[in-house]
Design a protein around this ligand. Structure first.
Ligand code: SF4
Length: 295
């Protein structure tokens, strides 16, 4: 409880009960527990309720509040110009999977070493609750005059097929579990997605806390579930299993790590391989190698 109070924004204009409070809390705890030098952490956001997150952080990290749908492009530039930085992107499902979906896919092909956190609430909260890309067809939330006529994007499936090498789903009201997912995503070498089920109590009256609480279960409790690829020969099989699992939605909704593969080179490694002078011109790139050496 102390930790929850410590990381609660001193001020914010998020609505009471918004799932964003759980996300900001888990994210700050993850950064602190990993012992990251806060001068090396950059939070990049786009437009939407989630876009305000860098302003509300209680710990002294850097933040960049960018354009609608462009957070991933900014984040890529930041990471490549100084690879020693830990870059974390926070964006809504409307921001990252609507206007920003091209960047969401392209960055997967590169496997850039950054962490992407999607605040997934099914609505455009900042602009009064229009249907966003993750709202299922046929659902009518309270600010829609009629049920949604568009099919939904499955963020996990999209990320898995685009090349993300760490794919997880968390729940904004389970801060402890979400914190562990974010820690694992930050530590992952390569591109990591944490899709966070984030109830919006103001505009989404269907996917509420009560609705999720009845359905959510943890993959970690399933002893037969092993998402980590340990040899290249396992890749296809683990990817297929993760994709199948990503479509489980209804009476039971899994959260946890769906897929993890560190055998695929990151974008930075690919650049270095093709241009050995990369480290020489970017001293920061050398720094990250030092940091990653096992103790
Ligand atoms: Fe949160 Fe929804 Fe309010 Fe935005 S509109 S702050 S997502 S509850």
């Amino acid at each position: 409880m102390e930790a929850l109070k410590q990381f609660k924004p001193e001020w914010s204009d998020w609505c009471p009960g918004c799932g964003n409070f759980g996300i900001i809390n888990a994210e700050q705890q993850a950064i602190m527990e990993l012992g990251l030098n806060s001068e090396r952490v950059v939070i990049v956001s786009g437009i939407g309720c989630s876009g305000k997150l860098p302003h509300f952080m209680r710990i002294p990290v850097s933040g960049v509040h960018t354009l609608h749908g462009r957070a991933l492009a900014f984040a890529t530039g930041i990471k490549l110009s100084n690879p020693s930085l830990e870059v974390i992107v926070n964006g809504g499902d409307g921001d990252l999977l609507g206007i920003g979906v091209g960047h969401f896919v392209s960055i997967g092909r590169r496997n850039t070493d950054i962490t992407v956190i999607v605040h997934d609430n099914g609505v455009y909260g900042l602009t009064k609750g229009q249907a966003s890309p993750t709202l299922l067809r046929g659902i009518k939330t309270k600010s829609l005059p009629k049920p949604n006529i568009n099919d939904a994007i499955n963020p996990l499936f999209l990320a898995l097929s685009a090349g993300y090498t760490f794919v997880a789903r968390g729940y904004a009201y389970d801060v402890k579990h979400l914190k562990e997912l974010i820690k694992r995503a930050i530590k992952h070498k390569g591109l990591a997605l944490v899709d966070v089920l984030q109830p919006c109590p103001t505009y989404n009256d269907i996917n509420t806390k009560e609705w999720y609480d009845k359905r959510i279960y943890k993959l970690d409790n399933d002893t037969g579930w092993d998402p980590v690829v340990k040899a290249e020969s396992e890749t296809k099989d683990k990817l297929k299993k993760a994709i199948d699992k990503s479509f489980e939605w209804g009476d039971r909704i899994p959260i946890g790590v769906f897929y993890e593969n560190e055998l695929i080179p990151s974008f930075e490694e690919r650049i270095k391989q093709n241009s050995p002078s990369y480290s020489q011109y970017y001293p920061a790139a050398q720094q990250i190698e030092i940091d990653r050496k096992p103790n």
